[in-house]
Design a binder for this molecule. Structure first.
Ligand code: UGA
Length: 439
């Protein structure tokens, strides 16, 4: 059993902290935001993440998981300190690592014996060396620590499962002692034979970006193929199926849609492309994926405009789904945002519904009407556009929905509706790369 301190209680820090305590370690999750810590102490979880509340409760009840805003003391008590603070995008598209370096300085001034300092935040390649320098700056010359890069691969909405059942664990460590400490932290995963990769620090940092950028590239690729399918009468659903059955390709992340969003892919692709350009090795493929994603988002607006015969003016549009993907209330970089913005700019009235993200979107678009269910959102609408693939939209009763609408027009940007059912219900529809009505 190790004493672990996790600094930063965002979705990465909180899921990792709770997950590590579930592995049997003593974990203190700390944050400088005192109100957040006060809520966590009361058992309130600040984010919507499947399974997190019960994971936290179980480990708090077992006295393995505590919360504190006393960062310094929590560092002193720890064998391993995880840095899991935010690295937002700056104006030039780079990741801003100032919070990480500030934490590193605090760690340096609190060192009181050998510790492993481990970064989980997604940080530009080379940040590890800067963190070591920042720790050295504030620590005494006799400070003993090793540095590790241990990137996370947690999907929002499935983060708890991804933490407890990862495909692999990546540990970037120059010291064998630090690697052995990390092996102890992840001990239960060893028992389950999860692959654990020991690399140097820069390699671990690179793996994280290379994975996210590759997945973003895969999505942009299938989106472009879907667009091409539309012009030549091919069905992207079957194309993706045919591609995915090739073991070298895999069927995952081959679902076309309105473009990727979220707090990671847009930020990480930009950061990786900027870093590579600065290093003199531009990543043309990733730049292509980023550009294609912007084009894809606009294309959804164009599709809806075409279905509406050229104009949104004075039309009522129901937007179904606001989060960047299902199982989360996160709307950061959600494709629903540019869609709603265009509709409002072009003088449509927007009625929106999302099972969990209405309140978040309200803060961006106070003039949108937010409804509590699909039926009220589509009532009297001139068109409906599905922006998020929530399961409850898959099972919608199409004839009931269209009977409530003023005109039966649906843009399905997630390809979740059955085109035969749409045809038999007389819907005028479009999607991404599949059969559509000739509106
Ligand atoms: C992503 C990665 O999947 C995680 O491994 C990584 O740890 C995380 O970023 C991170 O860096 O923290 P996440 O942003 O939660 O996780 O979301 P994803 O499930 O990867 O989806 C990203 C976007 O791609 C969503 O907008 C989703 O709708 C879209 N997408 C995904 C598609 O359009 N098509 C697909 O086939 C798959």
């Amino acid at each position: 059993m190790k004493n672990i301190t996790v600094i930063g209680t965002g979705y990465v820090g909180l899921v990792s902290g709770a997950g590590i305590s579930d592995f049997g370690h003593q974990v203190s999750c700390v944050d400088i935001d005192e109100s957040k810590i006060a809520s966590l102490k009361k058992g309130e979880i600040p984010i919507y993440e499947q399974g997190l509340e019960s994971l936290v409760k179980r480990n708090v009840d077992a006295n393995r998981l505590t919360f504190s805003s006393d960062v310094s003391n929590a560092i002193k008590d720890a064998d391993v300190v995880f840095i899991a603070v935010g690295t937002p995008q700056d104006d030039e598209g780079n990741a801003d690592i100032s919070a990480v370096l500030k934490v590193a300085e605090t760690i340096g001034s609190s060192l009181n014996g050998y510790k492993v300092i481990c970064t989980k935040s997604t940080v530009p390649i080379g940040t590890g060396r800067k963190v070591i320098e920042a720790i050295n700056k504030t620590s005494g010359p006799s400070a003993q620590f090793d540095y590790v890069s241990n990137p996370e691969f947690l999907r929002e909405g499935a983060a708890v499962r991804d933490f407890t059942h990862p495909d692999r664990v990546v540990i970037g460590a120059d010291s064998q002692k630090a690697f052995d400490f990390m092996k102890d932290v992840y001990h239960p995963l060893y028992v389950n034979e999860t692959p654990v990769l020991h690399t140097n620090i820069e390699t671990a940092e690179m793996i994280k970006y290379a994975c996210n950028a590759f997945l973003a590239l895969k999505i942009s690729y299938i989106n472009e193929i879907a667009n091409f399918c539309e012009e030549v009468g091919a069905d992207v659903f079957n194309v993706a199926q045919g591609m995915g059955l090739d073991g070298r390709i895999s069927p995952k992340f081959l679902h076309p849609g309105p473009g990727y969003g979220g707090s990671c892919f847009p930020k990480d692709t930009n950061a990786l492309a900027s870093q590579a350009e600065a290093a003199g090795v531009p990543l043309q493929t990733i730049r292509g994926a980023i550009d294609a994603n912007g084009i894809q988002q606009n294309r959804m607006v164009q599709k809806l405009r075409r279905l509406m015969e050229g104009s949104f003016e004075n039309k009522i549009i129901a937007v179904l789904g606001l989060s960047f993907k299902p199982q989360t209330d996160d709307i950061r970089e959600s494709p629903a945002i540019p869609m709603i913005r265009s509709l409002l700019e072009e003088k449509a009235s927007v009625k929106a519904f999302d099972p969990v993200s209405n309140d978040n979107m309200k803060s961006i678009f106070p003039n949108v009407e937010f409804l509590q269910d699909v039926n009220s959102a589509v009532a009297d609408a001139d068109a409906a556009v599905i922006m998020t693939d929530w399961n409850e939209f898959r099972g919608m009763d199409i004839s009931r929905i269209t009977s409530l609408m003023k005109t039966p027009i649906i843009l399905d940007t997630r390809n979740i509706l059955n085109t035969d059912e749409l045809d038999s219900s007389g819907v005028i529809y479009d999607n991404v790369g599949r059969k559509k009505t000739n509106a």
